[in-house]
Design a protein around this ligand. Structure first.
Ligand SMILES: [Zn+2]
Length: 125
Protein backbone atom coordinates (compact mmCIF):
# COMPACT_ATOMS: atom_id res chain seq x y z
CA UNK A 1 0.00 0.00 0.00
CA UNK A 2 2.19 2.85 -1.25
CA UNK A 3 -0.52 5.38 -0.45
CA UNK A 4 0.63 5.23 3.16
CA UNK A 5 4.20 6.30 2.42
CA UNK A 6 2.82 8.83 -0.02
CA UNK A 7 0.70 10.35 2.75
CA UNK A 8 3.76 10.53 5.01
CA UNK A 9 5.56 12.57 2.37
CA UNK A 10 2.55 14.82 1.86
CA UNK A 11 2.29 15.30 5.61
CA UNK A 12 5.89 16.44 5.79
CA UNK A 13 5.42 18.95 2.99
CA UNK A 14 2.16 20.33 4.36
CA UNK A 15 3.42 20.51 7.93
CA UNK A 16 6.39 22.60 6.82
CA UNK A 17 4.23 24.83 4.66
CA UNK A 18 1.54 25.57 7.22
CA UNK A 19 3.77 26.86 10.01
CA UNK A 20 1.49 26.63 13.06
CA UNK A 21 -1.69 27.41 11.16
CA UNK A 22 -4.59 24.93 10.89
CA UNK A 23 -5.16 23.31 7.51
CA UNK A 24 -8.52 22.60 5.91
CA UNK A 25 -7.76 21.22 2.45
CA UNK A 26 -4.60 19.94 0.79
CA UNK A 27 -4.66 20.15 -2.99
CA UNK A 28 -2.66 17.56 -4.91
CA UNK A 29 -1.85 16.77 -8.50
CA UNK A 30 -1.41 13.07 -9.06
CA UNK A 31 -0.64 11.59 -12.44
CA UNK A 32 -2.43 8.48 -13.59
CA UNK A 33 0.84 6.56 -13.83
CA UNK A 34 1.22 6.84 -10.06
CA UNK A 35 -1.56 4.28 -9.72
CA UNK A 36 -2.96 5.94 -6.62
CA UNK A 37 -6.35 4.71 -5.43
CA UNK A 38 -8.26 7.81 -4.24
CA UNK A 39 -10.23 6.04 -1.53
CA UNK A 40 -7.09 4.40 -0.17
CA UNK A 41 -5.26 7.71 -0.23
CA UNK A 42 -8.06 9.42 1.72
CA UNK A 43 -8.10 6.59 4.24
CA UNK A 44 -4.33 6.70 4.71
CA UNK A 45 -4.45 10.46 5.15
CA UNK A 46 -6.93 10.02 8.00
CA UNK A 47 -4.63 7.44 9.58
CA UNK A 48 -1.49 9.57 9.19
CA UNK A 49 -3.08 12.77 10.46
CA UNK A 50 -5.00 11.24 13.38
CA UNK A 51 -4.12 13.01 16.62
CA UNK A 52 -1.88 15.47 14.82
CA UNK A 53 -2.52 19.16 14.14
CA UNK A 54 -3.61 18.13 10.64
CA UNK A 55 -6.43 15.89 11.85
CA UNK A 56 -9.69 16.75 10.11
CA UNK A 57 -8.03 18.14 7.02
CA UNK A 58 -8.87 16.51 3.71
CA UNK A 59 -7.17 15.86 0.41
CA UNK A 60 -8.42 17.29 -2.86
CA UNK A 61 -6.84 15.31 -5.66
CA UNK A 62 -6.55 16.57 -9.21
CA UNK A 63 -6.01 13.46 -11.31
CA UNK A 64 -3.78 14.16 -14.27
CA UNK A 65 -4.30 11.91 -17.29
CA UNK A 66 -1.37 10.39 -19.17
CA UNK A 67 -0.61 12.39 -22.32
CA UNK A 68 1.91 11.21 -24.90
CA UNK A 69 3.67 13.12 -27.65
CA UNK A 70 4.55 10.90 -30.59
CA UNK A 71 7.42 11.23 -33.06
CA UNK A 72 4.75 11.48 -35.79
CA UNK A 73 3.48 14.71 -34.26
CA UNK A 74 0.25 13.36 -32.81
CA UNK A 75 -0.71 13.77 -29.16
CA UNK A 76 -2.51 10.97 -27.36
CA UNK A 77 -4.45 11.12 -24.13
CA UNK A 78 -4.29 7.66 -22.62
CA UNK A 79 -7.44 6.10 -21.18
CA UNK A 80 -8.01 3.75 -18.27
CA UNK A 81 -6.17 0.92 -20.00
CA UNK A 82 -2.80 2.70 -19.87
CA UNK A 83 -1.82 1.68 -23.39
CA UNK A 84 1.32 3.72 -23.96
CA UNK A 85 1.33 3.87 -27.74
CA UNK A 86 0.31 6.59 -30.20
CA UNK A 87 -3.39 6.61 -31.07
CA UNK A 88 -2.67 7.98 -34.55
CA UNK A 89 0.12 5.69 -35.82
CA UNK A 90 0.19 3.01 -33.12
CA UNK A 91 3.88 3.76 -32.67
CA UNK A 92 5.76 3.39 -29.41
CA UNK A 93 8.21 6.21 -30.09
CA UNK A 94 6.43 8.45 -27.63
CA UNK A 95 7.41 10.99 -25.01
CA UNK A 96 5.55 11.21 -21.75
CA UNK A 97 4.10 14.71 -21.44
CA UNK A 98 1.99 14.35 -18.31
CA UNK A 99 0.93 11.53 -16.04
CA UNK A 100 3.83 11.27 -13.60
CA UNK A 101 2.86 14.24 -11.44
CA UNK A 102 2.97 13.91 -7.72
CA UNK A 103 2.87 17.26 -6.03
CA UNK A 104 1.18 19.39 -3.44
CA UNK A 105 -0.17 22.34 -5.42
CA UNK A 106 -1.89 24.34 -2.68
CA UNK A 107 -2.84 24.25 0.99
CA UNK A 108 -6.08 25.85 2.17
CA UNK A 109 -5.74 27.19 5.68
CA UNK A 110 -8.74 27.09 7.98
CA UNK A 111 -10.43 30.44 8.34
CA UNK A 112 -10.04 31.25 12.01
CA UNK A 113 -11.81 34.61 12.19
CA UNK A 114 -14.18 34.22 15.14
CA UNK A 115 -17.65 35.54 14.42
CA UNK A 116 -18.73 38.43 16.59
CA UNK A 117 -15.52 38.65 18.53
CA UNK A 118 -13.44 41.78 18.54
CA UNK A 119 -10.73 40.30 20.72
CA UNK A 120 -8.92 38.31 18.06
CA UNK A 121 -7.37 41.28 16.33
CA UNK A 122 -5.34 43.60 18.47
CA UNK A 123 -3.52 46.59 17.15
CA UNK A 124 -0.48 47.61 19.07
CA UNK A 125 0.71 51.10 18.40
ZN1 LIG B 1 2.26 8.59 -33.77
Amino acid sequence: MHELSLCRSIYGIVDRARGDRPVEVVHLQIGQLRQVVPQTLAYCWDVITAETPLAGSRLDVDHVPVVLDCACGARTTVGEELVLTCAACDGADVTLRTGEELMVTAVDLTATVPAGSGDAISRDG
